[in-house]
Design a protein around this ligand. Structure first.
Ligand code: ATP
Ligand code: MG
Length: 419
């Protein structure tokens, strides 16, 4: 039996990979304009990093982590998300000493042991961004404006931005208690997960997708009605700046996010095009996280975009793979040798040139040129080698032109750019 990939882990193949490259390139371009620099961290970290940051009672830490002991018996984990590793790196490398405001982005694979389905995989990819050092609500609005700008640039508009505030360690405990009391009255209507969750992490009950839980919590107390003065003013300012920047948004009182480190502003970009995997990006403020991991007391805010979900949303609007500019068909061995040298010269000048390596007949070579959708073909035989000239055929309309072989690169460049 041949060896297959691990369940829930995908190969990204030509035909799809061009869309990935497009999404990644646009992120670099857009995020760069807002002053963000890329950080690349290892895909494996000490397990403790995720337990301490994401929270022991979250779905990720309770059941989704790929953790294992290495040969020295250290507990390691394939990163389930990107924020904790970036914070670890920020603290360890003392990046706050470089500038009081740090803006980073990252992209790469994340790992969660989930039930694989459309839009949900065990290795998936995120493009994320983080800002450290700014409490000012302007930065919350700027991060959301950047996310909005990115989605415009990649041509995905069927998303809505939902925002909420989760309060802070000052105001959340009282709210949590109130929610807890409310849930206690309705315990028998909740699913078994929520019956357990309501004590350890009652906010997560509001996020449960089971219809019974939704129904039972329709009139649950909302966190934004219980914010302290500081959180209330912060949230009002975030909304004001979003309006000033003309970024459309909705308030979603039920959005609580699944990671413990979030405080104040939280947000998701949701779509109705992906069934129950409706979140394409999510994030929020995490003041306190850097300090809790042993760093300076700096506030932070960030988001992560699920790249597979973007690719699904791009659907038919995917980026078309590049096809050869020229296919050189050679007649005989001497011509094939010449074709090989000519092709290499063209490739060095940036022209996508291709030829046959299998000793095929002229007819078979032309069939392949057609199949590859080459823009031009050139037939090279003894006559052409002798005269240094050949017929360049434009495949779209079969028109032919006599060209000199030694200036073929310039001729092709002119024709390909329409000069
Ligand atoms: P969900 O509610 O769909 O489980 P989440 O709240 O666990 O998402 P985050 O941890 O906030 O997700 O990650 C940010 C984004 O990463 C999500 O909005 C989603 O687009 C993507 N994502 C998360 N988990 C997966 C997965 N297993 N497969 C593919 N994409 C994922
Ligand atoms: Mg999840």
């Amino acid at each position: 039996m041949s060896i297959t990939a691990i369940k829930g882990m995908n190969d990204i193949l030509p035909g799809d990979v061009e869309t990935w490259q497009f999404l990644e390139a646009k992120a670099r371009e857009v995020f760069g304009a807002y002053g963000f620099s890329e950080v690349r961290t290892p895909v494996i970290e000490k397990t403790e990093l995720f337990c301490r940051s994401i929270g022991e009672t979250t779905d990720i830490v309770e059941k989704e982590m790929y953790s294992f002991n290495d040969k020295s018996d250290n507990s390691l984990t394939l990163r389930p998300e990107g924020t904790a590793p970036v914070m670890r790196s920020f603290i360890q490398r003392k990046l706050h000493t470089l500038d009081p405001v740090s803006k980073f982005y990252y992209m790469g694979p994340m790992f969660r042991y989930e039930r694989p389905q459309k839009g949900r995989y065990r290795q998936f990819h995120q493009i994320g961004a983080e800002v450290l050092g700014v409490e000012d609500p302007k930065i919350d609005a700027q991060v959301l404006a950047m996310l909005h700008h990115y989605f415009c640039e990649i041509g995905i508009e069927a998303v809505s931005l939902q925002v909420n505030s989760l309060g802070c360690p000052e105001c959340r405990p009282a709210y949590r208690q109130q929610l807890n009391d409310y849930l206690q009255q309705r315990l028998e209507q909740l699913c078994s997960d929520c019956q357990r969750r309501y004590q350890t992490n009652p906010l997560r009950v509001l996020d449960c997708k089971v219809p019974g839980c939704r129904q039972a919590t329709l009139d649950a107390p909302a966190v934004i009605d219980h914010l302290c003065g500081g959180c209330d003013a912060h949230f009002s300012a975030v909304k004001k700046y979003l309006q000033a920047l003309k970024i459309p948004f909705e308030i979603n009182l039920r959005m609580v996010r699944g990671l413990d480190y979030y405080v104040r502003t939280t947000f998701e970009l949701v779509t109705d095009q992906l069934g129950s995997q409706n979140a394409v990006a999510a994030g929020g403020r995490y003041d306190g996280l850097v300090e809790s991991l042993g760093g300076p007391p700096l506030p932070g805010i960030g988001f992560a975009i699920g790249v597979e979900r973007l690719v699904l949303m791009k659907g038919a609007d995917r980026i078309v793979p590049a096809t050869p500019d020229l296919f050189i068909a050679a007649l005989g061995e001497a011509a094939a040798d010449q074709a090989f040298v000519l092709m290499s010269k063209l490739q060095r000048s940036g022209i996508r040139a291709e030829m046959d390596y299998l000793g095929k007949s002229l007819k078979a070579q032309m069939r392949r040129a057609n199949k590859l959708a080459a823009a031009y073909t050139l037939i090279l035989g003894e006559d052409e080698l002798r005269s240094g000239q050949a017929q360049l055929k434009k495949m779209a309309d079969s028109s032919q032109q006599t060209v000199a072989l030694d200036t073929l690169d310039d001729t092709l460049k002119d024709r390909l750019t329409g000069c």
